[in-house]
Write a protein that binds this ligand. Structure first.
Ligand code: OAD
Length: 247
């Protein structure tokens, strides 16, 4: 992997960065991505699990799957890529981290300003009264949690297929993408919209777009630079360049 002279000099003076992350940033922590041969969607049909009708038809099955995934994210730890983004937030004046991930690993690593486009698997809420619940027990029992206030069904606070993104979050992400000098798209196949449109939003406003991925993606031909490699190895190298000029 080669970092261009242009990117090096931009990193040395950049004052505003917007980052978009996807499942690939958590791959080195041991969380499966969605697409690809080992991806979650190669084994499971999203339409049978990740939508509201599926939940109403069979909440036990949907909770069984989410408990399985919640156990995985609970057991893993943030990796050097997550920590590199914590450091980036400390080093750069204007910094926004937008994530499609629901695994909570950015917050667990210590990132402060995170826009979660697709929710957070460690939160849940009641479908009837809307009350949020942080501590739904992770269980292997076929059990559907119920609301302590109204006995309604509790569901994971994640965006399912056909649902709107959480109010205001995408708007804030668009604003950050529109105002940054450097946009990093990390570990995402960039096929799920509207998130996949953010790099282009940034580019249209004059930002320099850098992709970090282990392989080329749908948007590789539209970005300024693709850094092929593992996020946990590439991002610390970018941080080293930034730190050199900010001592
Ligand atoms: P994908 O599974 O579609 O893509 C993961 C990307 O990460 C691929 O492009 C991989 O090449 C790359 N990758 C894998 N390991 C990597 C590593 N160590 N370092 C860098 N890159 C690596 O996941 P997303 O793009 O996040 O939505 O998927 C987007 C959305 O699709 C998800 O948020 C989810 C899913 O449907 C919802 O659930 C609403």
């Amino acid at each position: 992997m080669t970092i261009s002279i242009k990117l090096r000099s931009l990193l040395q003076r950049v004052k505003s960065i917007c980052v978009l992350t996807g499942a690939g940033i958590s791959a080195e922590s041991g969380v499966a991505t969605f697409r690809g041969v080992d991806g979650l969607w190669s084994k499971l049909k999203p339409e049978e699990l990740a939508n509201f009708d599926a939940f109403m038809r069979n909440p036990e099955l949907v909770w069984e799957w989410y408990n399985y995934r919640r156990q995985i994210v609970h057991d893993v730890k943030p990796n050097p890529a997550h920590y590199a983004l914590v450091r980036l937030e400390e080093l750069v004046k204007e910094f926004t981290l937008v994530t499609q991930n629901v695994d909570n690993l950015h917050f667990r690593a210590g990132s402060k300003k995170v826009l979660e486009l697709h929710g957070n698997i460690e939160r849940s809420y009641c479908i009837d009264c809307g009350k949020f619940v942080e501590n739904v027990e992770v269980t292997t029992e076929k059990k559907v949690p119920r609301c302590s206030s109204c006995n309604g069904l509790i569901r994971p606070d994640v965006v399912w297929f056909g649902e709107m993104l959480p109010e205001g979050v995408f708007e804030a992400a668009t604003e950050a993408a529109s105002q940054c000098e450097l946009f990093l798209t990390i570990g995402t196949s960039a096929v799920v919209y509207p998130a996949a449109g953010l790099p282009m939003t940034a580019r249209n406003q004059g930002a320099y777009i850098v992709e970090v991925n282990t392989e080329p993606t749908e948007i590789s031909h539209t970005v300024n630079e693709t850094l092929l490699g593992k996020a946990g190895e590439v991002l610390p190298q970018l941080i080293t360049i930034l730190e050199e000029t900010r001592k």
